[in-house]
Design a protein around this ligand. Sequence first.
Ligand code: GSH
Length: 236
Amino acid sequence: MSSNITLYSWPTPNGIKASITLEELGLSYKTVPIDISTNIQKEEWFLKINPNGRIPAIQDGSQRVFESGSVMLYLVDKYDTDRKISYAPGSSEYIEQVSWLMFQMGGVGPMQGQANHFRLYAGARSDYGIKRYIDETKRLYEVLESRLKESPYLAGDKYTIADIANYSWVRSAPGSLEIDLSEFPALKKWSDEIGKRAAVTKGADVPQSGRTEEQKLEFSKNARAKIDAMTNSDKY
Ligand SMILES: N[C@@H](CCC(=O)N[C@@H](CS)C(=O)NCC(=O)O)C(=O)O
């Protein structure tokens, strides 16, 4: 379907939620790469699109949309008229879909994001921070595991934006945090299945970073080693 959408993004767990949704809906869109390591996302022109200075964000004609969950809801509200990856507002499944989407936005994203910070990027080593946020990420994965033992997808029988949002974070946990997904068998099965979808493979590489999977794993390994080499700085 043709559209007037511009996506501002980078292939991170939050960024790919938007690109996978666009790919699943078969929408054409223009991509503006925002390499977050260069801080373009804090420039004045970009703050007019997302006042929070983070990716992803989209512009659809004159409408700006920021916050990945809001981008996903906007796209399905406007373009998923066949309900390919969403449930109709007013249905019980719609409420379930929004609940699991918000679970990701308020839980998995922020907690796993902090786990990534302490485990990979922090300027000082905090064993307390590493344990606190990896434990919390795993607790949230237990919640997903329980749900996926009783339901094929998070909102019900259909794959929706709630699955895309949570999958986009879960997929990165083994490589970045060394979380073994076989501890969560239903979650692993769901994640492996979603990872095989053509739109997911394509959307997860937008904009193309040019880095191979091996290079990404090597980057995380080196970042963890750098933290491990520091002396723990916690003071109680
Ligand atoms: N709640 C926001 C979080 C967005 C976010 O944290 N994006 C990260 C990439 S995954 C980012 O832009 N980081 C760069 C920065 O913090 O400056 C959303 O879901 O869109």
